[in-house]
Design a protein around this ligand. Structure first.
Ligand code: SF4
Length: 559
C-alpha cells in the first residue's frame, strides 16, 4: 500500500512577517483528485490517501524557507511514510515548492513527486526537467483523470496516460475533463467528515502554534473553466475554453437541495469565516443566480454563514451580475466594492482579448453602486483594479485610469503585469507582436534597515531572495514602466496617509517628483529591486529619505 500526500498553498506572500505558506486559505484540490480516483481507479486498494497538508506548519514569522522549516517538513513526510507527493503549483508558490521539493527529493529519492497547476510548462518546454529535476511527473491541464491514470500506471496497470509529462520528456496527449456523470457528485459532500476533521485540526494547530485564531477561507469550485482568453491569464493553462459545472439539478436530492446548497450548509457548519468562490465569471450561468439567492437566504437565517471573499463578476451581462453583487452586499455577504477593469482604453482591452463593455457605460453602473452603498464605497478596501505594463499602455493611460477612478471616489489599485508561461501573453508570437520586455526583479514589502542608497550586499541577500522574484513585463520603455510603478506607490502613500481621494493636483504636478523618481530609478538599475509599502502598513518602507522627500512634495502640492 502506497501513501499519497497532496500539499497546496494559496496566495502569494512577499512579506517575511507572515508565514511563507498562507494560513488562511483552505484548498480542496486533494478531494477533487480523490473523487475521480475513488470512482475510476483500477487499483484503488494499492493507495492510501493521507490527510492533505495546508502548509501552515512554518516557517515562523520573520523567516523565509529556512533549514529549520525544511527539517520539520521532511521529518513529517518521513513520519507519515509518504510514497507519492503531489504539489499544486501557481505563480505565487512556485519558488517555495521548488525549495521544498528539491529538499524532499534529495533526502528521499524514492518518493515520487507529481506537480500540477497552471504555472508549469513542462508540456512545451524541453528544458523544464533540467531546471526542475526534483519533479518526476508534471500534470498539465485538467488533473482529475491525469492523476488517476498516473497512479494506476505507477502501480503497474496498463493505462493510457493523459495530460502528463514524465521526467524523460515524454508528453502524453491532452484531454479536457468532461465526465458529466462524475461532475454530478461533490467532493465536499463525499469527504465531508474528513474535511471537518482536517479543518478542525488545522485550526487547533494554528491556535496552539501561533496563539491566535485564523479566519479561514474555503476555496469553492462550482464552475470549472472560463470561456475567455484574456492574454495575461493562464486559467485552464491556456489549453482550452470549456466551461463545466458541478452538480446536476435534475437528480433527486436529499432534502430537495442541490449540491451547492448542501455545500454552503457544510461550510457554515464547519465555521469558515469566508468563501472564495473560484468561479471567474459569476453571473454567466443561470446556476449562479440560484447560488446567490440561496447564499443570501442562508445568511439571513443564520448570521454565521460565511461571507464572500473577492467575488469575480462576469465581464459581460453586467446588468445581471451587478444585481447579484448588490444582493450580496445588501445581505452582508460582500463588504466592499471591487471592479477589475485592467485598463480603460478600448485599444489596450482589445490587445488583451478581454471581453468588456465600454467604460462610459461601466462608469455609470459603478456610479450607481457608489450612490446606493456610500459607506461601502468609502471603505478603504473598495477599489478599482488596473494592471500596469500591459501592451499598448503609456504613462498617459496611467494618468487617465487614475483620474477616472478618482472622479468616482474610488481607490485605484495597480497590479504589475507578470508574464505567466501558459498564458497567451507568454507565447513567443504575442511577445514579439507587442514587443514585450520581461525581466526578473526583486520585490519586498519589508521595511529595510537603511535607505536603498546605503544598502549593502548582505542586506540585499537577506531581504531580496529567490522567493521575492517576480517577472516584470512591459511594452513601454523601462523608465516609463518604472515611473508608473513609482507613481502608483506615491499615490498609494498619499491615499493611505491622507485618505484624500483627489488626484487631479497629484497628476498635474507629478513632474515635481522627478528628481526623487530619478534617484529611485538609479537604485533600481543597480539592484533590480523594489521595496514597496503594503497599503495596510503606513509606517514602513520607501526608505526614510525618499519617503520624506515624497511627503514634502505632496504637502507642497496640496497646501
Ligand atoms: S482573466 Fe478571468 S475572464 Fe479573463 S480568461 Fe482569466 S479567468 Fe477568464
Amino acid at each position: 500500500m502506497k501513501n499519497i500526500k497532496i500539499i497546496t498553498s494559496e496566495y502569494r506572500i512577499y512579506q517575511k512577517e507572515v508565514r511563507i505558506f498562507n494560513a488562511r486559505f483552505v484548498s480542496f484540490v486533494n478531494y477533487f483528485l480523490r473523487l475521480h480516483f475513488d470512482n475510476k481507479s483500477l487499483d484503488k486498494s494499492k493507495y492510501n490517501w493521507l490527510q492533505p497538508e495546508i502548509l501552515a506548519i512554518g516557517p515562523e514569522p520573520g523567516e523565509g524557507v529556512t533549514t529549520e522549516f525544511l527539517d520539520e517538513f521532511c521529518s513529517n513526510i518521513e513520519k507519515q511514510k509518504v510514497d507519492v507527493l503531489g504539489v499544486s503549483v501557481y505563480v505565487w508558490n512556485k519558488i517555495q515548492f521548488k525549495l521544498v521539493c528539491q529538499e524532499v527529493k534529495k533526502r528521499f529519492p524514492h518518493i515520487v513527486i507529481i506537480a500540477g497547476g497552471p504555472e508549469l510548462d513542462a508540456h512545451k518546454n524541453p528544458n523544464f526537467f533540467k531546471d526542475n529535476w526534483f519533479y518526476d511527473y508534471v500534470v498539465y491541464g485538467d488533473g482529475e483523470r491525469a492523476f488517476t491514470t498516473l497512479l494506476d500506471h505507477l502501480s503497474g496497470q496498463n493505462t493510457e496516460l493523459v495530460n502528463v509529462v514524465s521526467s524523460d520528456g515524454t508528453v502524453y496527449p491532452h484531454q479536457v475533463f468532461t465526465d458529466k456523470e462524475l461532475m454530478k457528485g461533490s467532493p465536499y459532500l463525499t469527504y465531508k467528515d474528513e474535511i471537518k476533521e482536517v479543518v478542525q485540526s488545522y485550526r487547533s494547530m494554528i491556535i496552539k502554534k501561533y496563539k491566535r485564531i485564523e479566519h479561514l477561507i474555503a476555496i469553492w469550485e462550482t464552475t470549472k473553466g472560463c470561456p475567455y482568453t484574456c492574454s495575461f491569464c493562464d486559467w485552464s493553462s491556456g489549453l482550452h475554453n470549456k466551461v463545466r459545472f458541478w452538480g446536476n439539478k435534475k437528480e433527486p436530492f436529499i432534502n430537495d437541495k442541490p449540491n451547492y446548497a448542501k455545500e454552503l450548509d457544510l461550510f457554515t457548519d464547519i465555521g469558515f469565516h469566508s468563501i472564495q468562490w473560484s468561479n471567474p465569471n459569476v453571473g454567466l450561468s443561470p446556476q449562479d443566480s440560484e447560488i446567490v439567492d440561496y447564499w443570501c437566504k442562508l445568511k439571513k437565517e443564520n448570521p454565521a454563514t460565511p461571507q464572500s471573499f473577492v467575488l469575480q463578476l462576469s465581464k459581460i451581462k453586467k446588468e445581471l451580475t451587478h444585481q447579484l453583487y448588490k444582493k450580496m452586499i445588501t445581505h452582508g455577504l460582500e463588504k466592499r466594492l471591487k471592479f477589475d477593469v485592467q485598463d480603460l482604453d478600448p485599444k489596450v482591452i482589445q490587445n488583451l482579448a478581454r471581453p468588456e463593455i465600454p467604460w462610459s457605460e461601466h462608469k455609470v453602473m459603478i456610479r450607481e453602486f457608489i450612490d446606493e452603498f456610500p459607506a461601502i464605497a468609502g471603505d478603504f478596501r473598495s477599489k478599482i483594479n488596473f494592471i500596469w505594463g500591459l501592451p499598448g499602455q503609456t504613462l498617459s493611460h496611467f494618468d487617465f485610469n487614475l483620474t477616472e477612478a478618482t472622479q468616482l471616489g474610488m481607490y485605484s489599485n495597480f497590479f504589475y503585469f507578470e508574464l505567466l508561461p501558459n498564458s497567451p501573453a507568454g507565447q513567443l508570437d504575442y511577445i514579439e507582436k507587442f514587443e514585450l520586455k520581461h525581466e526578473p526583479i526583486y520585490v519586498t514589502h519589508l521595511q529595510l534597515p537603511v535607505d536603498l542608497k546605503h544598502i549593502t550586499k548582505d542586506i540585499l541577500n537577506e531581504y531580496f531572495t529567490e522567493t521575492n522574484l517576480v517577472t516584470s513585463t512591459y511594452s513601454m520603455s523601462r523608465k516609463d514602466w518604472f515611473v508608473g510603478i513609482a507613481k502608483s506607490y506615491i499615490y498609494k502613500r498619499h491615499f493611505f496617509t491622507t485618505m484624500n481621494r483627489s488626484v487631479d493636483r497629484f497628476v498635474l504636478n507629478f513632474s515635481k517628483y522627478q528628481t526623487v523618481i530619478d534617484q529611485m530609478y538609479d537604485m533600481f538599475q543597480e539592484n533590480r529591486a523594489i521595496a514597496i509599502q503594503p497599503e495596510h502598513l503606513l509606517e514602513t518602507s520607501l526608505y526614510h529619505e525618499i519617503r520624506n522627500s515624497i511627503d514634502k512634495i505632496t504637502q507642497e502640492i496640496y497646501s
